[in-house]
Design a protein around this ligand. Structure first.
Ligand code: GRF
Length: 212
């Protein structure tokens, strides 16, 4: 069992996928709190509907990103959070959050990183003309969508795709991949392998299912 804190800014369909996986017994976790920087975020309504504490912490009320992150950390700590999940969260997090939850902050990104970081991943993929797109769950580091990759899922790009159709196909995979990764973390199967040499990247391995 792991205790999750989920940060959202938008509709919260990835949060819903987590809540549904827990309800279905596919994810041994508890969502202790949902925090959004946007009061109108659909994710907050989804949290309330599931009886999960839903907080708005408006980033505009803080002098800088570190102060905002400190308020978020306080809320997460108050709810006993082990793992922080950025699920459609549109703020860049700072060392204040990352140092409070070292290698315990994960993000879902709608592209096969390192391709197409930042916003509008599906739009970038279409514009580039790639034939395979997808999504990535990764540990968050100080960069933007640059942390160690935990898992990815691929989808075909069709000739008649527009951004909406491709984004929907990717989102469907996000909803399957994120709860699966969180379950691996709940089972203690996710390992971060330190870089072999300075300048190399840390890598992530997932132990085989021990079938226990
Ligand atoms: C998703 O594509 C996610 O990858 C991106 O934001 C989109 C909306 O997520 N970060 P959600 O529906 O708010 O979970």
């Amino acid at each position: 069992m792991i205790t999750l804190g989920v940060l959202v800014s938008g509709g919260g369909t990835n949060l819903q996928a987590i809540l549904d996986a827990i309800a279905a017994g596919r994810l041994d976790a508890k969502v202790a709190v949902v925090v959004s920087n946007v009061a109108s975020a659909g994710g907050l309504a989804r949290a309330r509907a599931a009886g999960v504490p839903a907080l708005t912490i408006d980033h505009r009320a803080f002098p800088d990103r570190a102060a905002f992150d400190a308020a978020v950390v306080a809320a997460l700590r108050e709810h006993g959070v082990d793992v922080v999940v950025l699920a459609g969260f549109m703020r860049v997090v700072t060392a204040t959050l990352l140092d409070a939850f070292p290698m315990r902050v994960v993000n879902i990104h709608p592209a096969l990183l390192p391709a197409f970081p930042g916003i509008h991943g599906p739009r970038q993929a279409l514009a580039y003309g790639v034939k395979v797109a997808g999504c990535t769950v990764h540990f968050v580091d100080a960069g933007t969508d640059t942390g160690p990759v935990i898992a990815q899922a691929a989808v075909p790009v069709r000739d008649d795709d527009d951004e909406g159709r491709l984004a929907a196909r990717i989102l469907e995979q996000e909803h399957a991949l994120l709860p699966r990764v969180l379950q691996w973390m709940s089972e203690g199967r996710v390992r971060v392998v330190p870089p072999d040499a300075p300048g190399d990247r840390a890598r992530v391995t997932v132990e085989e299912d021990r079938g226990t």
